[in-house]
Design a binder for this molecule. Structure first.
Ligand code: NAD
Ligand code: UDP
Length: 310
């Protein structure tokens, strides 16, 4: 039986990943500092004899014996990663270094949850992996974007210098059950606002776009990447190419939730990327992966989850 470490395992994507790995017969160690993760996300897994939870911060070294590492530890919502920018930087740099240390010592495979934010305010649409990005290294998003870029460099240099078996995935906006209701990201904000019949807060004029991937599709992509036999290390984009403006998303969520909410326009945050859309041809070719959940059905499942939690 393979022992798999999932850092950030009590978070939104991490909790779904832990559940799926258990289903597939792995022994799962879920490591989390519970900054944005919660016990609630993993409560259904507690009691499973192949599941172990550790409260730990990846900035601190740790010695574990594992076969695979999925490194997801890092707050993902702009509100949370900007709360303590230095901590965010340390998580993606010192934390990444610590996880690579385990991978090197144990000869474990390691997958890093990188992000479309490495492309910054992209000048190329859709974004292929070959695009180097347009990131402001001094702006409010830099602690996250530059941290994740350094993490990618760490991964690739450990591969070259120490032959560590790495996997790099660049995640585009992902949503679904287990997002925290106060997370600050657009889908959770809009659904909570719609269910409470409060105005939906659209930042800017609503013309900014994102492409949203349902969490089950993302987890499937992670596992395919970790287990691909060709030793394809990436980076590979994982996301749903269905692009939508934030204003159109707001209207869709109001309709699907059967809400009487209105739309309220607010100031656009600094450096907010204007368009984001993944080119997933590499994932299709190398992993035979593409998302299968259309936005509308994913939103319905997410709305049902928030109805229950609110
Ligand atoms: P999340 O905030 O729900 O999960 C992150 C988890 O990491 C939380 O449980 C948090 O408590 C934990 N964590 C944070 N810092 C830690 C530290 N120093 N030590 C240990 N645990 C720590 O976010 P998510 O959406 O589940 O994102 C998971 C990963 O995927 C992140 O690395 C994020 O950057 C990446 N990602 C997510 C998206 C998305 O749209 N959800 C997009 C791009 C990249
Ligand atoms: N956004 C919005 N209202 C909200 C939250 C976010 O209009 O209540 C916008 C935000 O400005 C951005 C998009 O939605 O253009 C996605 O934001 P999110 O924080 O979810 O993710 P990211 O910017 O990291 O893609």
């Amino acid at each position: 039986m393979k022992t798999v470490l999932v850092t950030g395992g009590a978070g939104f994507i991490g909790s779904h990943l832990c559940a799926e790995l258990l289903k597939r017969g792995k022994y799962v160690i879920c490591l989390d500092n519970f900054f944005t993760g919660s016990n609630r996300n993993i409560q259904g897994l507690i009691g499973n004899k192949n599941f172990e939870v550790m409260r730990h911060d990846i900035i601190q070294p740790i010695f574990l014996e594992v076969d695979e590492i999925y490194n997801l530890a890092c707050p993902a919502s702009p509100v949370h990663y900007q709360f303590d920018p230095i901590k965010t930087l340390l998580t993606s740099t010192v934390g990444m270094f610590n996880m690579l240390g385990i991978a090197k010592r144990c000869r474990a495979k390691i997958l890093q949850a990188s992000t479309s934010e490495v492309y910054g305010n992209a000048m190329v649409h859709p974004q292929p992996e070959t695009y180097w990005g347009n990131v402001n290294c001094l702006g409010p998003r830099a602690c996250y974007d530059e941290g994740k870029r350094v993490a990618e460099t760490f991964m690739v240099d450990y591969f070259k210098e120490n032959k560590v078996n790495i996997r790099l995935v660049r995640i585009f906006n992902t949503y679904g059950p287990h997002m925290a209701k106060d997370d600050g990201r657009v889908i959770s904000n809009f659904i909570v606002q719609a269910l409470l019949n409060k105005p939906l807060t659209v930042y800017g004029d609503g013309s900014h776009t994102r492409s949203f991937c349902y969490v089950a599709d993302m987890v499937d992509g992670f596992i395919r990447m970790m287990e691909n036999r060709e030793d394809f290390i990436g980076p590979v984009n994982l996301g749903n190419p269905e692009e939508i403006s934030i204003a159109a998303l707001a209207k869709k969520i109001i309709a699907l939730a059967g809400s009487s909410s209105t739309i309220e326009f607010r100031e656009l945050p600094e450096d907010d990327p204007e368009r984001r859309n993944p080119d997933i041809s590499l994932a299709k070719k190398k992993l035979t992966w593409q998302p299968t959940t259309p936005l509308e059905s994913g939103l319905k499942k997410t709305i049902a989850y928030f109805k229950e939690t609110l």
